[in-house]
Design a protein around this ligand. Structure first.
Ligand SMILES: [Cu+2]
Length: 128
């Protein structure tokens, strides 16, 4: 009886832990995996987004590490529901999304950071 219980427990653990772990590792391996991309944000006067063109593949899980280098900035990529809010000077915020559609999509700063705030933008390119 105790042996049976232990066997049942092992099966339950295998299902509860094993299946999510298998799914997660499959997702990480599949379709190019996940990319960590560091995006440095400066005012448009100081060069703007770096890189200002980000190229990924459709289906890719993308993680952007957003560093507001000089002043407080924001980051919006609204086609993918991404809005980092305010990123304080010298700090990093991380956002994640799945590039589930192809095309070119603008991203913007969402915090009034300088006289050229409106010019602070970049492009996400999702290739098939
Ligand atoms: Cu701005």
């Amino acid at each position: 009886m105790r042996r049976l219980e232990r066997l049942a427990l092992a099966i339950v653990l295998l299902v509860v832990v094993g299946i999510p772990a298998a799914v997660l590792s499959y997702q990480a391996l599949g379709r190019g995996g996940r990319d960590d991309i560091l995006v440095v944000i400066r005012t448009a006067e100081r060069g703007g987004f770096s890189p200002s063109r980000i190229v990924v593949r459709q289906g890719q899980r993308v993680r952007l590490r957003l560093l507001a280098e000089d002043v407080t900035h924001g980051f919006q990529l609204l086609h993918f529901g991404v809005d980092a809010g305010a990123i304080k000077t010298g700090t990093i915020k991380t956002v994640e999304f799945t590039a589930d559609k192809t095309g070119e999509f603008p991203f913007y700063c969402s915090v009034r950071c300088s006289a050229l705030h409106m010019a602070l933008m970049g492009t996400l390119i999702v290739e098939p």
